[in-house]
Write a new protein. Structure first.
Length: 382
């Protein structure tokens, strides 16, 4: 009979919750540590007491996946109701739909193109002198041309990342499709939805097991390592090593919260593409739960900036300087015994929620497989 192990899981977001749950089901004793006063990490949701609106406290999180196993998994712990992410954006005083689609193109240029005509027109606008785009700006100019780039991509990207798009890698733009039809659904995935009662309640159900003890407002420190057979660490990779090689670069978000009686903007997310407007977007949270009816509204203006030591890290920057620093942390991690780094922060990668869950399930299966020696990373950051 396999020995029952004492396992530490650092972080009570999706990575930690799924890993903790699956190991608990296998009979192991799990201690989950999180420095915050709540579970669910940046997916944390809570009811606003004044309006009853379900608020995505750290910004909107929309679940979308083609992974059937992951979709079935999350629906075991809460019913996911249909939700399509339809983003709007402002540019020079006009409102358009994103991602750039046939309606956006026709509205912006004052045309009535059919799909083939729009495709040919955008091909004419594209800068064909750029053969192998290296930067975000080059990729945008090569894909959609100067006018659409400046209207919809340049200002927003500059505000989001705090630098010129000419300094960002081309790979970032690959997440922003252009469509030559009227489909304004932001995602392509087969399954899209929202947990009926919020992410925090769902993750609470995942963590609800007699073999799991959750320790909130508790920092996992090096002195605790000796008490556990293995550690699954989903906190910041550099933080595990007490920032021995300096802090990895992140962007963080500030939210300016305000309430409104009625419907403030008529959609969940409104982007602001003009660089003259300091915020990147406004989220109206009640539209993230369209099956509910609320007269009042809770909104966030969202501002992006460089992440400081006391801020919540959101988006890994991963430019050249960070990658050199990251290589040092990866090499250091490979020398650690009985520690596996997981999740967005632990592997310093941008991960959607469904990918986070998929990697967590794969991590547990490897750990539980007979004779498997756990590596520091299932998916190396570099």
């Amino acid at each position: 009979m396999p020995r029952i192990k004492k396992i530490a899981v650092v972080g009570a977001g999706f990575s930690g919750a799924v890993i903790g749950r699956e190991l608990a089901l296998a009979g192991h004793q799990i201690d989950v540590f999180d420095t915050r006063s709540h579970i669910a990490g940046n997916c944390h949701t809570e009811r606003d007491p004044a309006t009853g609106v379900m608020v995505h406290v750290y910004g909107p999180h929309i679940f979308h996946t083609d992974d059937q196993e992951v979709w079935d998994y999350v629906n075991r712990f809460q019913t996911f109701l249909p939700y399509k992410n339809r983003v709007k954006t402002t540019s020079s005083g006009q409102i358009y739909s994103l991602p750039i689609n046939l309606h956006t193109i026709n509205q912006f240029f004052g045309k009535a193109f059919r799909p083939e005509e729009a495709r040919a027109f955008i091909d004419e606008c594209a800068d064909k002198t750029i053969g192998d785009p290296k930067t975000f700006e080059e990729q945008a100019l090569r894909f959609v041309g100067k006018d659409l780039y400046q209207a919809f991509l340049k200002g927003y990207t500059q505000k989001q990342w705090g630098c010129s798009p000419a300094e960002l890698p081309a790979s970032i733009l690959k997440r922003l499709p252009v469509r030559f039809n009227y489909d304004d659904n932001y995602f392509f995935h087969k399954h899209q939805g929202m947990p009926e009662h919020g992410y925090t309640e769902m993750i609470g159900r995942i963590l609800d097991h007699t073999n799991i003890a959750v320790h909130l407002e508790t920092r996992f420190h090096s002195g605790l390592r000796k008490d556990f057979d293995h550690i699954f660490y989903s906190g910041p990779l550099d933080g595990y090593f007490d920032y021995e090689y300096g802090r990895l670069g992140y962007r963080t978000l500030d939210f300016e919260r305000f309430t409104y009686e009625g419907d403030y903007q008529g959609c969940a997310v409104m982007n602001y593409g003009d660089v003259s407007i300091p915020h990147t977007r406004v989220t109206e949270h009640k539209h993230l739960s369209p099956w509910e009816d609320h007269s009042g509204s809770v909104c966030y203006r969202e501002f992006s900036r460089a992440c400081g030591p006391d801020d919540i890290p959101y988006y890994p920057i991963r430019l050249m300087e960070e990658k050199e620093q990251l290589a040092q942390y990866v090499a250091r991690s490979l020398r650690e015994a009985a520690v596996t780094f997981v999740g967005r922060l632990g592997t310093y990668r941008y991960l959607d929620m469904d990918v986070t869950i998929r990697e967590a399930l794969d991590t547990v299966r490897l750990y539980l497989s007979a004779g498997a020696e756990m590596p520091a990373f299932l998916h190396r950051p570099l």
